[in-house]
Design a protein around this ligand. Structure first.
Ligand code: ATP
Ligand code: MG
Length: 550
């Protein structure tokens, strides 16, 4: 950690503890996803934080799948989560599953029953909720609260042995029905679910609640800093109560503010709806805020880590502008992306004085920011495609592109002067004509001419057709979660536009790892739907922020 860079509150806490001589063997953090969906950019914040702290202070981070809910979890999600964490550039110390602790958790529950700190309740979920009271009004004890230890042990074992239906019985901690903290009013520890689990199959029909699994799992793994989002702050007294009563390793919970981003949703339940109802093409649709979606869109691991670093870690909730994420990827791609030329809406430019059968290879820098940039070769010939919007018959003042009599430079090639054009019956420009100046070749220009405008182009005979997928924000409004309407009514119908373009031939070599800056158009990457006969590119982000509010 550099001294100039301010420490976040967790770094301050840990540094102080380390200075006091705690954790001589290093700290242990964990990232605990529930495998019920793909990871999103919010998870990336938690990943960078947990793995980052362990890296900074010489520790370890476990990847623990918090898989205590059999009905929503799946191995597909486990695999995607592992892939995403690796892609982000982090390595976990151990791969663990809460479900591996089911037997231990069961024994912990038995221990609490024996201490008179847990009981089996026959009340229905509705009755339990009703007797719980309100934050200002004490709850009432269940009539089953004072069952004997023997009866509780017997009933709990029979719950495990599948003698009861779902909802018929639960195990509750016996704490304080009058506590001002609702989470301490005899919270549920176990419920019955006759459901098959993605790892334990049909071995279990009772499953621990989050509160009776999470802290205990932390403790089993000797987690020193269990870091979670602020909504769990009210659970912390319960986290501590269980650890104290069970007399197990005292892991401690710390909370930070979750990442909120505008123009998107981040709840896995909502993302799953978008996928299932086909508003997007899968979890890795490039419009999704998922790690896999951002990866497919062309974001780099470095850009996401940079973003997480920039937003910082605090205890105050706020909403981050989506534009900041775009800024971060631009910063990275501007340095690393290969330059290439693609024309989106072409019109032909005929170079009158260029021989018909001649082709010259121009050299174009791939990384112009670097001192000795590598180059690629770009064919130049008599018929060139330029962008339709780069020509005007009657241009306004200070129009530096092409118009009758005007001169422009074709990037990496020659200066061309427009000598005329053709129009069809509807007034559309069909062809443009020009003369080129052989002396003006880029890099060896002896023409003495000065052309203000520089246009991108491709040679018509060599151009490769490409599909361009242009993405915009997934939602029309900043906060699709607020308001009375269903969040899906705010989907942006223009979030994907498909265009057909023409690329310089170099792009047939593109693979999924390449990142490009198409000159004047934006940053692009090859999409996995691409095939050798049909190249498809995703626009990661425009060159500049083009988003207009309202
Ligand atoms: P959801 O409520 O959408 O299902 P979750 O928070 O339950 O998401 P988990 O798989 O339980 O998802 O999350 C794993 C870890 O990632 C948790 O420690 C959680 O606090 C953290 N996390 C989830 N969302 C965010 C977010 N938006 N910002 C920061 N951390 C997050
Ligand atoms: Mg969760």
């Amino acid at each position: 950690m550099s001294a100039e860079k301010g420490h976040n509150f967790l770094e301050e806490i840990i540094e102080k503890e380390i200075n006091e001589g705690k954790f001589p063997n290093g700290i242990i953090t964990r990232f605990p996803p529930e495998p019920n969906g793909y990871l999103h950019i919010g998870h990336a914040k938690s990943i960078c934080l947990n793995f980052g702290l362990a890296q900074t202070y010489g520790g370890k981070t476990n990847l623990r799948f918090d898989d205590t809910n059999p009905t929503t979890e799946d191995t597909e999600y486990v695999e995607s989560i592992k892939e995403d964490i690796k892609w982000l550039g982090f390595e976990w110390s151990k791969e663990l599953y809460s479900s591996d602790y089911f037997e231990t958790l069961y024994e912990y529950a038995v221990k609490l029953i024996k201490k008179g700190k847990a009981y089996v309740d026959d009340l229905s979920a509705e009755e339990i909720a009703r007797l719980k009271g309100t934050p200002t009004e004490a709850g009432k004890p269940s009539p089953f609260r004072d069952r004997s230890v023997e009866e509780n042990l017997d009933l709990f074992m029979r719950m495990r042995n599948a003698e009861f239906a779902e909802g018929e019985k639960v195990l509750r901690a016996k704490i304080d029905m009058a506590s001002p903290n609702m989470h301490l009013r005899d919270p549920l520890m176990y419920r019955i679910k006759h459901a098959s689990h993605h790892r334990t199959g049909n071995k279990w029909c009772i499953y621990p609640m989050y509160d009776f699994a999470h802290g205990q799992s932390d403790s089993i793994e000797n987690i020193t800093h269990s870091i979670c989002t602020l909504e769990f702050e009210v659970h912390r007294p319960l986290y501590e109560w269980f650890i104290k009563e069970l007399e197990i390793y005292p892991s401690r919970q710390f909370e930070f503010a979750r990442l909120n981003l505008n123009y998107t949703v981040m709840s896995k339940r909502k993302l799953l709806q978008l996928v299932n109802e086909k508003h997007v093409n899968g979890w890795d649709d490039p419009r999704m805020p998922t790690i896999s979606g951002l990866r497919r869109r062309g974001f780099t691991p470095a850009s996401i880590r940079f973003f997480c670093d920039k937003i910082g870690v605090a205890r105050r909730e706020n909403i981050i502008d989506f534009g900041l994420l775009e800024f971060c990827v631009r910063e990275d791609l501007n340095k690393t992306a290969d330059r290439a030329m693609v024309v989106e809406d072409p019109v032909k430019l005929i170079i009158n004085n260029y021989p018909e059968d001649k082709v010259e290879m121009m050299s174009g820098e791939i990384h112009p920011e670097e001192e000795n940039s590598p180059v690629r070769m770009i064919p130049f010939s008599r018929e060139i495609l330029i962008e339709r919007e780069d020509f005007m018959e009657n241009p306004p003042k200070k129009y530096f592109r092409l118009s009758p009599g005007a001169m422009v430079r074709l990037k990496h090639a020659f200066i061309v002067k427009c000598t005329g054009f053709d129009k069809d019956n509807q007034g559309n420009i069909t062809k443009i004509y020009g003369d080129y100046f052989p002396e003006s070749r880029s890099g060896q220009d002896k023409s003495g001419l000065n052309a203000k405008g520089v246009l991108h182009w491709v040679s018509a005979a060599h151009a490769v057709p490409v599909e361009l997928r242009l993405y915009d924000r997934l939602f029309k409004v900043e906060n699709p979660n607020s308001g009375d309407e269903d969040f899906k009514t705010y989907l942006n119908p223009e979030s994907l536009k498909i265009k057909q373009g023409f690329a310089e031939p170099e792009l047939v070599k593109a693979n999924l790892n390449n990142r490009y800056q198409f000159l004047r158009k934006g940053y692009f990457c090859l999409d996995k739907d691409s095939s050798p006969d049909k190249l498809i590119f995703n626009r990661t982000v425009t060159l500049k922020d083009s988003w207009k509010k309202d």
